[in-house]
Ligand binder design. Structure first.
Ligand SMILES: [Fe+2]
Length: 491
């Protein structure tokens, strides 16, 4: 008997099975971790809540659109994706204006999504799930799920995925327009999900393919100013980078790729390996001249996300979140997709200082469980103090984060808030207060899930006073699958 059947039967015999838990009884999805219920995913439907109930009072100056992206569809015809990163992109748009809130969500109509929606089953391989292709795979965009983050430029909203092109959508309706090509010579070159936007609107991004690293500099007008493709032996997975005043910095982890396994039909995740004795290469690229590069080695470390970086020409300081090594990370991402709680192995933050004259590195580590770092958009690539994170505060057996933390990386002072045991907290972004100029002046806005009510919400904090708790929460009449990243655009 399968684990699912057994756990359902156990619950039935105990006589306490609620209709909600019954609904969790999907093939291949255990029913005993209710905080994982949103990972059941949706079926391709649209969500609309034109009038969202507000608890507390929305700040008068908080007005704009908050877009989020994440994996929204996890299974078809009884087959579930194995890895959380596989899910098809679900774009959410919150609109906040005059104290009123609305929400909508649409699946990005990628080539893969449309074909599989029509067929009612999976037809193409996914990042972490080996599925034999029943349609031609002409390049990365044939399997692009557009599920990781967003970027708005003018009247174009982009759904981003690190393995392929950005998908362009209409920001008002979330209707999909199609694959974005930044310039003809970069057609089909991946455009990562973590572009960095400086205060003047300059966008920096990268993409990797076959060990090569494409670097993009795009103006606030959306025109590519400069690009290059660097032969740096990039690993098979490179998720994020960081930008200081003079440099682009990449941490290249010792991830190996078994090409024979790929040819034999393994998924990317199945073919990836981890060399724990290898090194993570710190690649520092001069923004003014991409051919000027420097590589410094550090012990093997897997890093998904960075907060920010700044340099004064002699010293470069940046912060990042270090994950558990790749095999444990992927194991946990597969367990939660089966509805199982992984062992609590946490990602924790680091502040790295690079002496640009001697090449010496200094790493300071902290032990709070965190992920999804964000900084104030006004200080990207400049000297900064604050980083905000979802964090875990006495979560007990539950999976995920249940609180928020603000850290001053210069002094080490922190401020935290915990929602308690029955809430899962997702990424929260910093929204500057209109008319303010100081770093951190504004609100922290993000989403979460109430395990007992089985509803997703938007929460709003004073970003410099997290400990007092949310100023307001907007409660959706439904739940939404957990997302990855978003951006807020003030009206
Ligand atoms: Fe990310």
């Amino acid at each position: 008997m399968s684990t699912t059947r057994r756990s359902l039967l156990t619950a039935l015999l105990a006589g306490g099975l609620s209709p909600e838990l019954m609904a969790l009884g999907l093939p291949g999805f255990a029913a005993d971790a209710p905080e994982l219920a949103p990972l059941r995913g949706l079926s391709g439907e649209r969500l609309d809540a034109p009038h969202v109930a507000i608890e507390g009072r929305l700040p008068a100056g908080l007005s704009g659109r908050y877009f989020r992206n994440g994996p929204g569809l996890m299974q078809r015809a009884g087959k579930r994706y194995r890895h959380w990163f596989d899910g098809d992109g679900l774009l959410q748009a919150w609109a906040l204006q005059d104290g009123r809130v609305s929400h909508r969500a649409r699946f990005v109509q990628t080539e893969k999504f449309r074909a599989e929606q029509e067929a009612g089953r999976f037809l193409l391989p996914a990042f972490g799930t080996a599925i034999a292709a029943e349609r031609p795979v002409r390049g990365p965009d044939s399997v692009n799920v557009a599920n990781t983050s967003v970027l708005l430029q003018g009247n174009s909203l982009y759904a981003l995925w690190e393995g392929g092109s950005a998908y362009e959508l209409d920001p008002a309706t979330l209707a999909t327009r199609g694959v974005k090509t930044w310039s003809p010579e970069l057609r089909g070159m991946p455009f990562s999900a973590h572009p960095k936007v400086e205060a003047d609107g300059t966008v920096w991004n990268f993409g990797t393919a076959n060990g090569r690293l494409a670097v993009y500099e795009i103006g606030a007008d959306g025109q590519v100013r400069r690009h290059a493709v660097l032969d740096v032996g990039a690993p098979a997975m490179l998720h994020d980078f960081v930008v200081s005043r003079r440099y682009l910095v990449f941490l290249l982890a010792p991830i190996t790729m078994d090409m024979a396994a790929v040819r034999a039909g393994a998924s990317m995740v199945g073919a990836m390996g981890w060399n724990p004795g290898g090194s993570t290469r710190v690649l520092v690229v001069d923004k003014a001249d991409f051919s000027r590069q420097r590589v410094i080695e550090m012990p093997a470390a897997l890093v998904f996300h960075f907060g920010n970086a700044w340099d004064d020409g002699r010293m470069l300081r940046l912060d990042y979140v270090e994950s558990v090594p790749l095999p444990q990370f992927n194991g946990a991402a597969e367990q939660i997709m089966r509805g199982e709680r992984p062992a609590r192995e946490v990602s924790t933050l680091r502040v790295l200082e690079i002496d640009l004259q001697t090449g010496r590195l200094r790493v300071a580590a902290r032990d709070e469980a965190v992920e999804f770092p964000v900084v104030d958009a006004r200080v990207v690539a400049q000297r900064y103090r604050f980083v905000w994170y979802p964090t875990a505060v006495d979560t007990g057996a539950r999976w995920g984060f249940n609180g928020l933390m603000r850290l001053n990386i210069e002094t080490g002072a922190r401020e935290r808030f915990s929602f308690g045991a029955d809430t899962v907290v997702e990424e929260h972004v910093l929204v500057p207060r209109p008319g303010s100029t100081k770093e951190g002046e504004g609100w922290l806005v993000g989403m979460g899930y109430d395990v007992k009510r089985q509803r997703s919400f938007l929460s709003v904090f004073d970003a410099m006073a997290l400990a007092v708790g949310p100023i307001a929460r907007a409660w959706l009449p439904y739940w939404v699958p957990y997302g990855f990243h978003g951006r807020f655009y003030a009206a």
